[in-house]
Design a protein around this ligand. Structure first.
Ligand code: PLP
Length: 398
């Protein structure tokens, strides 16, 4: 019997009964709940993974010189940012572990502070990192376009804050934040701004952006190859920014045994050095998002997604398309999200994530009720999405 921390049910496990129902359809479920890539990484990556000869010895925790240089060169190319690979760049094992462990390290360094600020509608690991460190997770409201509303942060929370998380393009809404404003807020308030930029290259109307374009002092950028290069299975990322904090985190993480495996480091060098596969992937996501928007428009008209047309939709689903990342974030007409999720699973075999997964405290989260939304990840191949559409068009058909 314990009165301490009990881990909550992992959000996506709550979809298991819908998955089972969809699995009974011929052809099975079309699972668009978790944002896990389905496309292959480039061949050079797989080749490097198998041929690095680095299996025997321990890899360095900060990443090999080649790893940090490849990451720094990529940032120079994509953002015009110069980050010294020797002092301002270090490896992390994908980024979820970094996101979840950062508050603990920050709190050890600043025991007088105990608060993690994070977007009220966001990836759940920001709040979980605070919880795992025994800290306060304080959501920051978002505006009507799901962008961070910095003006809503209370002074008393800022004074206790270890960091403010930003995520642009954001999961789940795909919104683009003003990173210059976030960096300035952090410096004005003496709070680290940690910018999770794992979707940076998937912007559909704008060039990729990093918070490091606005200086490195008091900020960290966090990057991952999971989404960019379809390498979620091998776990490679990096963090970069404020020199003093980089030194502290690099040392802590070395003591903790955080290491990206050597073969993965070699594969990551190949991935950061190649751009073509990312451009191909971006086109794939754009096409799939359009296909999913058309499916939701069809499902709405057939009564499988709420009780009316999606508000503001111009008829072809284009208003659902995000500015970045690879999710549709759609309000359910009438707001009965779990009923809509069940109906999509039963009719199309399509599994989607209820908005409440990304908004634990809807009160005060912003002017829009995020819990009335669903997130649909464009991570199923075109033919699987077509199967979902076909089931709607021809229920009971072959
Ligand atoms: C916003 C955001 N940050 C971080 C991650 C973690 O990615 P990884 O640990 O694979 O780098 C994800 C994964 O879905 C995400 O959506």
């Amino acid at each position: 019997m314990t009165s301490g921390f009990v881990p909550p049910v992992y959000p996506y496990d709550r979809l298991n009964s819908l998955r089972a129902e969809a699995a009974r359809l011929p052809g099975g479920a079309v699972d668009c709940s978790i944002g896990t890539p389905c496309d292959p990484p480039p061949a050079v990556v797989v080749e490097a993974l198998a041929s690095s000869g680095t299996e025997r010895s321990y890899p360095t925790s900060i990443g090999s010189a080649a790893y940090r240089e490849a990451a720094a060169a990529w940032m120079r190319r994509r953002f015009g940012v110069d980050a010294d690979p020797d002092s301002r760049v270090a490896a992390c094992i994908g980024t979820k572990e970094f996101v979840a462990s950062l508050p603990g390290y920050l709190n050890l360094r600043r025991p007088d502070r105990d608060t993690v600020l994070y977007p009220a509608v966001s990836y759940p690991s920001y709040a979980m990192g605070a919880t795992l460190a025994g800290c306060r997770a304080v959501p920051v409201a978002v505006d009507a376009d799901f962008r961070l509303d910095l003006s809503s942060i209370q002074r008393r929370d800022a004074e206790r804050a270890l960091c403010l998380w930003v995520n642009s393009p954001g999961n789940p809404a795909g919104a683009l934040d003003d990173l210059a404003a976030a960096a300035a807020w952090g410096r004005d308030n003496g709070v680290l701004v940690a910018s999770d930029e794992c979707y940076a290259e998937f912007t559909f109307h704008d060039r990729p952006r990093s918070i490091l374009e606005h200086g490195t002092e008091g900020v960290l950028a966090v990057h991952s190859l999971s989404k960019r290069s379809n390498m979620a299975g091998v776990r490679a990322g990096f963090y970069a920014g404020d020199r003093e904090l980089m030194h502290y985190l690099r040392e802590c993480r070395k003591h903790a045994g955080c290491m990206v495996p050597g073969p993965v480091q070699a594969a990551a060098v190949a991935a950061w050095s190649d751009q073509e596969h990312v451009d191909v992937q971006q086109d794939r996501y754009r096409a799939r998002l359009e296909q999913l928007a058309a499916i939701i428009t069809l499902a709405t008209s057939l009564g499988h997604f709420g009780d009316a047309r999606s508000e503001g939709d111009d008829g072809d689903g284009s208003s659902m398309l995000p500015a970045g990342a690879f999710y549709l974030w759609v309000g359910v007409p009438g707001g009965n999200v779990w009923a809509a999720a069940a109906s999509l699973a039963r009719s199309a075999g399509l599994i989607v994530s209820p908005g409440e997964f990304y908004c634990e405290h809807p009160d005060g989260a912003g002017p829009v009720d995020a819990a009335g939304y669903v997130r649909i990840a464009a991570v199923q191949p075109d033919e699987r999405l077509d199967l979902a559409r076909q089931r709607l068009v021809d229920p009971g058909g072959e």
